[in-house]
Design a protein around this ligand. Structure first.
Ligand code: SF4
Length: 316
């Protein structure tokens, strides 16, 4: 069957895919390079809490070359070599400040860190992962200024739109602050992204479908979805091993079904950056799906096709 429909985002894929966005903007693949710049976060250092979010262990997703003992330039160079094996031809890169809360230092230090990344050959922009309570007017003004010259994204960990869930996972902030900061950031001309976990305790299909509608109202450039995974070294590992029946971990089949239903309700203007996460088997407490995230994405796209559906089909 020849796929011929061109969707709102200008190509024949059935969701507004991140990789296609980059090809249309920059004419080629753009490779993200993870960086650990030695940040911590207020949910760990005592400002908000000391326990951290219950699902969190930053080691579980960090490539081996990301060590805060190395300079930003070293991590970028090693990241380029690391990815060259898989993506030989990438010549444009985004420095992804990924570990912990990457706006949680004084602005003068942030300027040095971001500036070092942007000075590396081939680096065309920044993706900065942070919490909604770790930015202020001064930092946003600076990022708005940078956004006029570079591709800059502020990526907020939001995880859930339900305050009860956020409390259960010890996020240390509510949904309201997340919404306000997303609106403020986007309103200042900074590309704004958000990360959500699918399958948190207490969130069944009804709540997740509503989540898609709530997200759709946010002025987001991109969104990332990850399935809940119980990671070694997290508080959730202890909670899960003590009371496994408190957790409903999605099978791959059920996850794809709920994700298709969520995507059907999602604003088609929001670029979908990820539909699944990947934790190294060494860090998995529960048995994972034994599948890379790009393979999950392929199954997801097959399902959209089988069901003849697409992102935003039921978006209102
Ligand atoms: S998920 Fe982010 S905000 Fe939560 S404890 Fe980990 S680093 Fe801190």
């Amino acid at each position: 069957m020849v796929e011929s429909t061109t969707y709102k985002w200008g190509n024949t894929r059935r969701f507004n895919a991140y990789s296609n966005y980059f090809r249309s903007q920059f004419g080629e693949r753009v490779q993200k390079l993870s960086i650990n710049a030695g940040f911590t976060c207020p949910n760990r250092d005592g400002k908000v809490s000391t326990g951290g979010c219950t699902y969190c262990n930053n080691q579980s997703f960090q490539p081996a070359y990301c060590q805060p003992s190395k300079s930003i330039s070293e991590q970028i160079q090693e990241g380029i070599s690391f990815h060259r094996i898989r993506y030989r031809n990438a010549s444009k890169f985004l420095a992804y400040f990924q570990s912990y809360s990457n706006t949680y230092k004084p602005l003068s230090e942030l300027k040095n860190l971001y500036g070092e990344a942007l000075s590396q050959p081939g680096v065309i922009g920044l993706i900065i992962g942070t919490r909604p309570d770790c930015v202020d007017e001064e930092k946003l003004n600076y990022l708005a200024e940078l956004s006029r010259q570079y591709y800059v994204v502020l990526e907020y960990g939001i995880e859930s739109v339900y305050n009860q869930t956020l409390q259960t996972i010890n996020r240390g902030h509510d949904y309201e602050i997340a919404r306000i900061m997303v609106e403020k950031t986007a309103g200042m001309g900074i590309r704004t992204s958000a990360h959500f976990i699918i399958g948190l305790p207490g969130e069944g299909s009804e709540k997740l479908l509503n989540t898609a509608s709530v997200i759709s109202k946010l002025p987001l450039h991109t969104v990332k979805f990850h399935q809940l995974q119980i990671v070694k070294g997290s508080q959730m590992e202890i909670d899960y091993l003590a009371n496994p029946t408190d957790f409903h971990l999605f099978s791959l089949h059920d996850y794809l079904n709920i994700l298709v239903a969520m995507i059907e309700r999602l604003n088609p203007d929001i670029i979908v950056e990820r539909i699944a996460g990947e934790v190294s088997p060494d860090y998995q407490v529960n048995k994972g799906w034994a599948m890379r995230s790009d393979q999950v994405t392929q199954l997801f796209e097959n399902k959209l096709k089988q069901q003849d559906t697409w992102q935003g089909k039921y978006y209102q």
